[in-house]
Design a protein around this ligand. Structure first.
Ligand code: HEC
Ligand code: HEC
Length: 342
């Protein structure tokens, strides 16, 4: 016969186990648990150079919504002619499919328009990494020529926007809250649940055999030594032309081709760029800082020749491309590579 305290202990243990069991049997519609709470899935990719995109941060939906409205609103440009969405177009994965774009006033941008999806997962902003925070970009958005004091004057009397700002911010609509709303919206632009992320988390059927071979090649060729981490890039600076001079063979030089040298004036920063993220890369052609590579085949040839010093045979190129397609994620629960253009 078991004595009383031990018996009570056993009942309590049984209840705890039951509780755990119920906890594990989640409803199928529940969102996936945050990665850090499940040790088995963490070890599944602990040794991989790429990690799944973390869950989006919790943000005030009112501010996100206001930010999106402003992001789409041409009234924030200097002459009312263009919005952020003129170049960062939703149906085109927040790019515009142009090598370079036309900013307010018609002048051409020096750089290719990058996607803003997962922008917060980059360690620096812009091709040459000249800013650290989204707040720096939005304070002086060069492409829209925004002057915030004028925008505030225009929007303060907007019968719809002004009351919404009063609800989202105790101080109401100010230059600071206009900018904060856009930045908050930008922080929400996370695209989790790419097929490759599901594969990393342990779903081996999430990608095909060919795509998996492409991933092995991505590692064995050394692509992952530069394009790595949760954003598959965006966490270091590297020179374009490590193995041979890219710019000598692709002249004439533009100022933008100087890369970080323009900012630091250090010789070792000549032609050095932020290694771009390869998230959603199949959706953001053309490629490179100046948009000079029209498709993935062209840019992989550049990477092979100038970053790795080798020619990648067509069979491997196809597999690398197949792998890159698995990096397209979901935005607001919908696969980006299936979203209708708008
Ligand atoms: C005329 C086209 C155009 C418009 C309009 C435009 N952008 Fe951009 N955007 C670009 C280009 C080109 C770059 C890259 C510039 C660079 O690297 O120097 C860029 C870069 C960025 C970046 C940095 C991205 C990264 O990966 O580091 C952010 C953030 C950004 N834009 C936000 C905005 C916001 C917010 C607006 C509206 C206020 C806007 N953009 C309007 C073309 C545009
Ligand atoms: C030594 C570091 C390094 C290596 C190795 C490397 N890359 Fe890159 N990659 C870069 C840099 C830097 C850029 C941006 C260059 C520019 O735009 O001027 C880039 C750009 C790209 C782009 C275009 C991104 C965009 O948004 O335009 C793709 C795609 C790409 N690399 C894929 C690969 C693949 C695939 C491999 C392996 C075959 C590879 N890279 C190897 C550093 C590297």
């Amino acid at each position: 016969m078991v004595n009383k305290p031990a018996w009570i202990g056993l009942v309590l243990l049984a209840l705890m186990l039951l509780g755990v069991g119920i906890g594990l049997r989640k409803a199928p519609s529940a969102p996936p648990p945050p990665v850090t709470t499940d040790p088995t899935t963490v070890t599944a990719y602990a040794t991989e150079p790429i990690q799944p995109i973390p869950e989006p941060p919790l943000l005030d939906p009112l501010k996100v919504d206001l930010g999106e409205r402003l992001f789409r609103d041409p009234r924030i440009s200097r002459d009312g002619s263009i919005a952020c969405t003129s170049c960062h177009i939703f149906g085109l994965a927040l790019t515009d499919r142009q090598p370079q774009s036309r900013r307010v006033g018609g002048e051409q941008t020096e750089f290719n328009t990058p996607t803003l999806f997962n922008v917060t997962l980059n360690f620096r902003l812009f091709w040459n990494g000249r800013a650290k925070q989204l707040e720096e970009q939005i304070a002086h958005p060069r492409d829209t020529g925004t002057e915030w004091n004028n925008v505030l004057r225009k929007l303060k009397t907007d019968p719809e926007l002004a009351p919404r700002f009063a609800r989202a911010y105790p101080q109401g609509m100010t230059e600071a809250t206009l900018q904060d709303a856009i930045v908050t919206f930008e922080r929400s632009l996370i695209t989790p649940n790419a097929r490759f992320d599901r594969y990393l988390r342990g779903d081996k059927n999430a990608i095909t055999r060919e795509e998996e071979e492409g991933y092995y090649l991505f590692k064995s060729y050394g692509c992952a030594s530069c394009h790595q981490g949760a954003n598959v890039g965006g966490n270091m600076f590297q020179k374009l032309g490590v193995m041979r001079d890219f710019f000598k063979e692709h002249g004439p030089l533009d100022e933008a081709d100087m890369g970080r040298y323009l900012i630091t004036k250090q010789e070792q920063d000549r032609h050095v760029f932020r290694v771009p993220s390869l998230r959603n890369i199949a959706l953001t052609a053309p490629y490179l800082h100046n948009g000079a590579a029209e498709d993935l085949r062209a840019v992989i040839a550049v990477m092979g020749k100038y970053q790795l010093g080798r020619e990648i045979p067509p069979h491997d190129v196809e597999r690398l491309i197949a792998f890159l397609h698995t990096l397209s994620g979901e935005y607001r629960g919908r696969a980006l590579d299936q979203a209708p253009a708008r």
